[in-house]
Design a protein around this ligand. Structure first.
Ligand code: ADP
Length: 625
């Protein structure tokens, strides 16, 4: 029989499993039981929605068999089974693409950590077994097949005899080594303990024939042994349990078992709502950003159960986009099992649940912000951008819900602050909430435009995320206080008549500069805001210079036709201005040179490219020689 090859990544994962130095090998059982439970979920759901299939609820179970002599451990389920093609597709390749992304050697060296955090599924069987055999018969199929592999050199598939629909996973347990006791995976007590530890909440019975010792009838010191089938798990799903009985570890295990994430969750919410619409939910806020989170591949959603039966693995309608990072599940007795995916969207009950979930998440985040600030900042660093997108998208429809969850870096506090905190500290006469936009905090600290506002003693919020200014423009104001960029033409600060005078006196010079610069700028004028720096760019109108930068960088915008109305501001107190003035009067060529140089400098400070770098360097050279 010809051997088939594993796909490249699968091979590497397998290799890692086989040679694993990972000590927590016992998790293989959790993974296999969890797969079995998923397979039963699938068939159970089918039988409930398809009247033509006849099934007795007692027929759904998982059974574990131990054969010490042959060193075999079998996990058998009455689930949906796999066809020949499915055996090939599902077991020949890693299903969870991306969860095992070996891009570099570093990932491989850290392999044992990865195994610990990621549920790695079926392949984990190879941590404890030399050979893994899968015998499966799919629902609706007459044939059964045997899949078998002893490791990286490939696998075989051949027809096999199996009467009932379902899957048997047979592990040939490895021989003990000096550091590793594999024998214990053939011990009843060990398997019992592992099921209790990792799989207690599996909804279907996990059965095993357990050896029972009983005093022989009529005898005090003679015992007889016999086999008795026992159910090893409690079967009450986690979400139906009383919160007080559950430990943090239970919730963490559930998160891993359900493959919600590869990290440890930052926070969990266990919700039980009774009322016209009742539901239970366990929700998680992850600690780390999933690798594909900010891409279009990311799918939001919660697992949806109706009356305890899984009807959809990722129901997107349960979560608003701005909370798309939330993982977890919802179970409601008020939903119909027969509901189709298309119908779900319009289901009234589902909408009520979704709204309730949204509010619960929001309140949880608000209370985290209030009571566990450090934790909240960890959360915000990971997912704050999503909240800001949320403020911006849908024409600001959700801004009320989200504005109090936002954090921005404060020029004064040197840390992240809320808008409410900003407002609280704001002096009475301050008209606006000020902000500055730039690539980094370090750069913003040096931005000339902030000089005047900072000198007044006003706090400035530093916007370093692309989305920040867009979100704030959508917000427009917070508690009636408008936002104002330190780069905008009118800062609403007290009028500085001296600057007006300077501007008038030097109008001819400024107009001359404007002539040279053409439509690169809308205006040139004396600056009110500059204290130490010679020049800066500010803007009039709605589109800021930062927004121009972002919009023109968008891949779909080929024409790069966004243009902020830029104003070149000149510090008339600066020595450079004296030189400029002198040039204006005596040397028109020099005046032109200075004007272009000052403009280019302003662009550079702003983080914008100079339009002609060669000319710019030539200009500097001619200045030096
Ligand atoms: P995951 O469970 O995360 O998808 P696995 O590698 O554990 O990844 O399993 C791959 C696929 O193989 C599963 O998605 C499922 O379709 C199939 N599978 C695994 N075990 C069983 C089983 N006991 N019964 C039916 N299908 C199974």
């Amino acid at each position: 029989m010809t051997k088939k090859q594993f796909k490249a990544e699968s091979k590497r994962l397998l290799d890692l499993m086989i040679n694993s130095i990972y000590t927590n090998k016992e998790i293989f059982l959790r993974e296999l039981i969890s797969n079995a439970s998923d397979a039963i979920d699938k068939i159970y759901y089918k039988t409930l929605t398809d009247q033509s299939i006849n099934f007795n609820p007692d027929d759904y179970y998982i059974k574990i068999y131990i054969d010490k002599e042959k060193r075999l451990l079998t996990i058998s389920d009455t689930g949906i089974g796999m066809t020949k093609e499915e055996l090939d597709d599902n077991l020949g390749v890693i299903a969870k693409s991306g969860s095992f992304d070996f891009k570099n050697e570093h990932d491989i060296r850290d392999g044992h950590d990865i195994i610990g955090q990621f549920g790695v599924g079926f392949y984990s069987a190879f941590m404890v077994a030399d050979t893994v055999t899968v015998i499966s018969k799919a629902l609706g199929s007459d044939e059964a097949y045997k899949w078998e592999s002893s490791g990286v050199d490939g696998y075989t598939i051949e027809p096999y005899q199996k009467d009932a629909v379902g899957t048997d996973i047979i592990l040939k347990i490895r021989e003990n080594t000096t550091d590793e006791n594999y024998d214990e995976f053939l011990q009843e007590y060990k398997i019992k303990a592992l099921v209790k530890k990792y799989s207690d909440f599996i909804r279907y019975p996990i059965k095993m024939d357990v050896t029972v010792r009983k005093p022989k009838e009529g005898s005090e010191n003679e015992y007889e042994e016999y086999q008795e089938e026992q159910i090893l798990n409690s079967m009450v799903p986690l979400w139906k349990r009383n919160k007080n009985e559950l430990t943090q570890e239970d919730y963490d295990n559930f998160y891993t078992e359900k493959h919600f994430g590869f990290d440890k969750p930052l926070k969990h919410l266990h919700i039980s709502v009774e009322g016209t619409t009742s539901y239970n939910a366990i929700l998680y806020i992850p600690e780390k950003v999933p690798y594909d989170y900010y891409t279009k591949d990311y799918e939001k959603g919660l697992a949806l159960y109706a009356k305890g039966v899984l009807i959809m693995e990722k129901c997107p309608d349960l979560l608003p986009d701005y909370f798309s990072f939330v993982k977890g599940m919802v179970d409601s007795d008020d939903l119909s099992l027969n509901i189709s995916r298309e119908m779900l969207q319009h289901d009234r009950q589902l909408r009520i649940i979704a709204k309730s979930i949204k509010n619960k998440i929001k309140n949880e985040l608000l209370s985290m912000l209030k009571n566990e600030r450090d934790k909240y900042e960890v959360f915000f660093k990971a997912f704050g951008r999503q909240l800001k997108y949320g403020v911006y998208s849908n024409f600001g429809q959700h801004k009320e819900d989200l504005q109090d969850l936002l954090l921005f870096y404060s020029s004064k506090e040197k840390k992240l602050v809320t808008l409410a905190e900003y407002l609280e500290r704001m002096p009475k006469e301050q008209k606006y909430i000020f902000y500055a936009v730039g690539d980094s905090i370090e750069r913003l600290e040096k931005l000339p435009q902030t000089e005047l506002v900072a000198e007044k003693g006003y706090e400035i919020l530093y916007f370093t995320d692309d989305v920040d200014e867009f979100a704030i423009k959508m917000l427009m104001d917070y508690q009636g206080k408008e936002f104002k960029s330190v780069s905008s033409a009118d800062l609403g600060l007290e009028e500085n008549t001296e600057t007006e005078k300077e501007d008038k006196e030097n109008r001819k010079i400024f107009d001359g500069m404007k002539n040279i610069l053409g439509d690169k700028v809308k205006n040139v004028r004396a600056s009110k805001r500059l204290k130490k720096h010679p020049v800066c760019l500010t803007n009039e109108g709605d589109l800021s210079i930062e927004m121009e930068k972002i919009l023109n960088a968008m891949p779909y915008n080929q024409n790069k036709n966004f243009k902020a109305e830029k104003v070149l501001e000149i510090n008339t107190k600066h020595q450079v201005f004296a030189a400029l003035k002198a040039a204006y009067e005596k040397d028109k060529e020099k005046f032109k040179l200075y004007t272009n140089l000052l403009y280019d400098q302003a662009l550079l400070i702003e983080g914008l490219p100079v339009s002609d770098p060669v000319e710019f360097t030539n200009n500097i050279c001619s200045l030096m020689t």
